[in-house]
Design a protein around this ligand. Sequence first.
Ligand SMILES: CC(=O)N[C@H]1[C@@H](OP(=O)(O)O)O[C@H](CO)[C@@H](O)[C@@H]1O
Ligand SMILES: [Mg+2]
Length: 536
Amino acid sequence: LDSKASQKSMLHPKPKGLMLQYGTAGFRTTAKHLDHVMFRMGLLATLRSRKTKSTIGVMVTASHNPEEDNGLKLIDPMGEMVTPSWEGYATQLANAEQEVLCSALKDIIEKETINMSETASVFVGRDTRPSSQRLSQAVLDGVSCLGGQIQDYGLVTTPQLHYMVRCRNTHGCYGTDTLQGYYQKLSQAFIELTKNARNHTDDQKRLLVDGANGIGALKVRELEACLQSELQMVLFNDGSNGKLNYLCGADYVKVQQKPPQGINMGAGERCCSFDGDADRIVYYYNDSDGSFHLLDGDKIATLISTYLKELLTQAGLNLQIAVVQTAYANGSSTQYLEDIMKVTVSCTKTGVKHLHHAAQKFDIGVYFEANGHGTVLQLSEFIRLKASVDEKKHAAKLLENTINLINQATGDAISDMLVIEAVLAIRGMTVQEWDSIYTDLPNRQLTVKVADRRMIDTADAERRAVTPAGLQDSIDALVKKYTKARAFVRPSGTEDLVRVYAEAETQESADVLAHEVSLAVYHMAGGVGEKPKPLK
Ligand SMILES: CC(=O)N[C@H]1[C@@H](OP(=O)(O)O)O[C@H](CO)[C@@H](O)[C@@H]1O
Ligand SMILES: [Mg+2]
């Protein structure tokens, strides 16, 4: 075994000195540097599979990042992200120099007392990046090198692979582990939910979809065939000529606060954007006066939690529903959920794994990052659908179908889109009505380059900077100058920079505050390069 692993690993050599870290959402860097990481993660996934006696997933993708990048995400047995202690192993294994790779492997096997004669099973998927096929081949090499069984799903969205893993390890209780099984489960639930919906006119059924020139676009096409025209999607940025994530996709729309290129929006038309691996979604529309309105993860969480809360009441179920957010959640959304909806709101660090974990603590946990990554957890365990009164029966049926529509393994742009479309149809709500539930505080996100972003340490779910000394005091003093203002800074977990967030009563104040805070970071936390310039 040893000699096989070391021989094979020679075919996937590690560039000497290259150090990478399993970050907020896995490995991510320029595709050229990833071959050895892929091979080694194939090895690691096989160990993880033996350890858990379950199927493990490996997804090759760099999500919303540029086409030239790539990356990898490891998926644990229930379809969730890999557990933190194994993220540590992933980093160790990725960084081991060639000569010590085998002993690094042995260390893990010993520490975790892994029985190498157990069978191992690994599911592999990839996005549409040009480098993904070659890199996923390296993963497969790693798996077969340690004798693991492989199922290669080829081109799938990240959440589809999470779904497959969950299906396999729950022995069919969650669904069938094929693409057809995925489309059928979602589309049946969607059709059940919407077929008797009040205002499901052709107008209401129309949705413009920006596929970010990625995998989401391909998969929307496949889904479409199963929806029996209950949803009429018009697809833009389908990858036929544009570049992946370039001037389009959910991240671009959220950060730039403007529509993607390549979409043809009529006034009031409902539009959505996926990111490059289709695990995020944001909605938006243009007013009749041409002004752009974004409905981000916070608006989505509000819509879904309000709908679920109402259904629970109608079904006579007394369950605690909570919304989990991060510091990036718009202050208006938090206020609306807590004060008007009387829903518990909890705030965690950035990164889906933190939100997912926090959401598991409630009967029903709705979690969304402001950028549109999120889902709902634990519906099925708690809802016993034994309603007797007719009205209750109806609500219970709606709940049952809603559960089937949700990908509980992870945030899923396709599933979230169908949930949102169903809720809007059931409530007979336009995108403008949804938007007007509360009004976002104007906000701005900026980034600052510093010599070492680890200089900044945060506390209180990243809302306060503990180091460098004095930085938080400066931020507090700046925030005080504006009405309804809030600002915070944190080191990114995926890029070598510091992120700055500010919100305030007017866009102008939010912009100025974000710039002032950027300057404070630049001066106090070792900024490099040009001083941050004010926004125009
Ligand atoms: C402000 C922001 O959007 N941050 C993103 C980004 O993390 P950073 O740690 O901020 O780089 O990428 C993560 C992975 O995709 C995502 O979970 C997170 O929400
Ligand atoms: Mg993504």
